[in-house]
Design a protein around this ligand. Structure first.
Ligand code: NAD
Ligand code: IPM
Ligand code: MN
Length: 362
C-alpha cells in the first residue's frame, strides 16, 4: 500500500495535546485505507529553544523537507517571555517553514456547522474560504529600524508584493471558486490607501478573471470586509487577500463560525515541490496549556485538510462527517468553541470522534 511520510511538529503549549488527538483520528480513519502513515516527530518550538538554543536548524529543515506532508500543532511561548525575546520562534520557525517550503497558499475554510452557536444572532449560512497569500506581504521581514530606543526612532516594515507571487495565489483562488457551487470571489485589500500593492492585486485579479468567466468577482476594502463578516457572512464564498489581512480576517472568521477551537488551515505548496503543512489557526494558548482544556477539533479538521490534499478524499470526508456529528452533539461555548467550557477533556473529544469513525473506543 501507499506510504506517506508525515513530519509531526507538536510544538508548544496545547500543541502536543491537540496533535495527540489529531493523530488518534488519523490512525483510526486510515485503518481501512490502502495507505500507511510513516510519522517522524520533530521537537521544535519554544521548549526546544529553551533546552538547546536552536529554533530551526538547517538539518531540521532538510529533514522536514524530505517528508510528504507536515502536521503542526502550535508553536510559541507565553507572549512577552523575556527568555524568548531573541528566539522569535514565530519568524524563525513557523514563517521560515512557510517561506522555505513555498507555502504560497494559506487556505483557511470557515464553515458554521449546523447547531453550532455563533456570537452572531442570525448569521445565516456561513461557508467560505479565505485564500491567504503565504509568502509575501509585510511578513517577509523586509524592514529595519534606526535610532532604536530613542525618541527619534524610525521603524519600517515593507510589504513586498510581486506580480509572480500575487498572480499564482489569485489563480489558485479562482480555481477554488470555480470548484465551489456559488463560484464567487472577493478580493479584499485596501486599495484606497495602499495604492501600489493595491493596484497590483486589482490588476492581476482583473487579468486572471478573463480565464474564469464563470466566476463572479467583487472587491471590498478590508475595513468594510470586517463589517460584512459580522453583519452578512453568507455573502462570502472565496476571499483572496494578502498575508496580513488574511491573518486578521481568519481569526475573525473563526470567531463567527464556532470559535478558534474549530478553525483549521493548510499551508499549501500547490506545485507539490515541497511538503504542505496543516495546522490549526490557533496558537499555543499558554493560558490553558497542560490541563486538557483545549479543543482538539481544529487540529482534527486540519487532518481532514491534509487527507484531502493527499487525495484521500473519502477519508477526509469521513473525518469531517465525524467532526460535524460531534460538534452538533456537544454544547459549545460560543466564544471559543472550547471543550474546556463543557464537561469533556481534550482527549475525550478526540476519543468521541474516533468512536464515531470506527464504532469503537480508542
Ligand atoms: P492563541 O490562539 O494561542 O490563544 C488565543 C485565545 O484562544 C486564548 O484564550 C486561548 O486559550 C484560546 N484558544 C486557542 N486555541 C484554543 C483551543 N484549541 N481550544 C480552546 N481555546 C483555545 O493566541 P495567542 O495567545 O495570541 O498566542 C499564544 C502563542 O501562540 C504566541 O506565542 C503566539 O505567537 C503563538 N501562535 C502560534 C501560532 C501557530 O503556531 N500557528 C498561531 C497563533 C499564535
Ligand atoms: C497564524 C499565526 C501566525 C501568522 C504567527 C504566529 C506568525 O497568527 O498562523 O495565523 O501570523 O501567520
Ligand atoms: Mn493568526
Amino acid at each position: 500500500s501507499r506510504s506517506v511520510k508525515l513530519a509531526v511538529i507538536a510544538g508548544d503549549g496545547i500543541g502536543p495535546e491537540v496533535v495527540a488527538e489529531a493523530l488518534k483520528v488519523l490512525d483510526a480513519v486510515t485503518q481501512s485505507e490502502p495507505v500507511d502513515f510513516d510519522l517522524t516527530h520533530f521537537s521544535l518550538g519554544a521548549t526546544r529553544f529553551l533546552d538547546t538554543g536552536d529554533v530551526l536548524t538547517d538539518e531540521d529543515l532538510a529533514a522536514i523537507s524530505a517528508h510528504d506532508a507536515i502536521l503542526l500543532g502550535a508553536v510559541g511561548g507565553v507572549p512577552g517571555d523575556p527568555r524568548l525575546k531573541d528566539a522569535n520562534i514565530e519568524r524563525g520557525l513557523l514563517l521560515k517553514l512557510r517561506f522555505s517550503l513555498d507555502h504560497y497558499v494559506n487556505l483557511r475554510p470557515s464553515v458554521l456547522f449546523p447547531g453550532v452557536p455563533s456570537p452572531l444572532g442570525d448569521p445565516g449560512e456561513v461557508d467560505f474560504v479565505v485564500v491567504r497569500e503565504g509568502t509575501e506581504g509585510p511578513y517577509v521581514g523586509n524592514g529595519g529600524a534606526i535610532r532604536q530606543g530613542t525618541p527619534q526612532e524610525v521603524a519600517n516594515e515593507v510589504s513586498v508584493n510581486t506580480a509572480y507571487g500575487v498572480e499564482r495565489v489569485v489563480r489558485y483562488a479562482f480555481e477554488t471558486a470555480r470548484n465551489r457551487p456559488r463560484k464567487r470571489l472577493t478580493l479584499v485589500h485596501k486599495t484606497n490607501v495602499l495604492v501600489f500593492s493595491g493596484s497590483l492585486w486589482q490588476r492581476l485579479v482583473t487579468e486572471v478573471a478573463v480565464d474564469y468567466p464563470d466566476v463572479a468577482v467583487d472587491y471590498l476594502h478590508v475595513d468594510a470586509a470586517t463589517i460584512f463578516l459580522v453583519t452578512n457572512p453568507s455573502r462570502f464564498d472565496v476571499i483572496v487577500t494578502d498575508n496580513l489581512f488574511g491573518d486578521i480576517l481568519t481569526d475573525l472568521a473563526a470567531a463567527i463560525s464556532g470559535g478558534i477551537g474549530l478553525a483549521a488551515s493548510g499551508n499549501i505548496n500547490p506545485d507539490g515541490r515541497f511538503p504542505s503543512m496543516f495546522e490549526p489557526v490557533h496558537g499555543s494558548a499558554p493560558d490553558i496549556a497542560g490541563r486538557q482544556l483545549a479543543d482538539p477539533t481544529a487540529a482534527i479538521l486540519s487532518v481532514a485538510l491534509l487527507l484531502d490534499h493527499l487525495g484521500l478524499t473519502d477519508a477526509a470526508a469521513r473525518v469531517s462527517a465525524a467532526v460535524t456529528a460531534d460538534i452538533v452533539a456537544r454544547s459549545v461555548d460560543s466564544n471559543t468553541g472550547s471543550a474546556g467550557s463543557g464537561p469533556r477533556s481534550t482527549s475525550a473529544v478526540g476519543d468521541a470522534i474516533v468512536t464515531r469513525l470506527t464504532g469503537t473506543s480508542a
